[in-house]
Design a protein around this ligand. Sequence first.
Ligand SMILES: [Zn+2]
Length: 203
Amino acid sequence: MATERREESGDIMPATGPIDTARIRAAVREIIIGVGEDPDREGLLETPRRVADMYAEVFSGLREDPADVLRVGFEEGHQEMVIVKDIPFYSMCEHHFLPFHGVAHVGYIPNGRVVGLSKLARAVEILARRPQLQERLSSQLADVIMETMAPQGVAIVISANHLCMTMRGIRKPGSLTVTSAMRGVFQRSSATRAEFMSLISEK
Ligand SMILES: [Zn+2]
């Protein structure tokens, strides 16, 4: 059985080759037996296939490179802060394989080069559709924007609800986890960072 350890920082495009749905189906059947249920009863019979199809979708970001969508930016000469607020996302906590979901706020100060707003949302989606950590989602997003668009700086704030915290364990419904990643001028200048934070908190 192939196991390969990866850096915690995560490859930007970790998987190659198609997803092995037959293997997922067999494993889900084992889980059903393991929890003490009957995998052959009517309601559960198709569950391994459904879960395999669902994983193919929610982990599709493992086979996509967010840099590809951001590279189609354009030169515009714009030098002022651009903010896209409240980009919704759904991801999967890699520690429990339960969803975490919320919103990402993306800010950057272009060095002339800008990208369509939908492309930023698409980059969030690609990075979210993987076994993820919220901290890593924030830093990967900041890094890929820095690398592909070479702006003066990037600011990411992600606010999310983790089902592994709200439906089990410490059971804190409504508790939000907030992570951030600052690069370039947002890292260097507390005034720039404060401007971003105040703009994303405006309702
Ligand atoms: Zn978790």
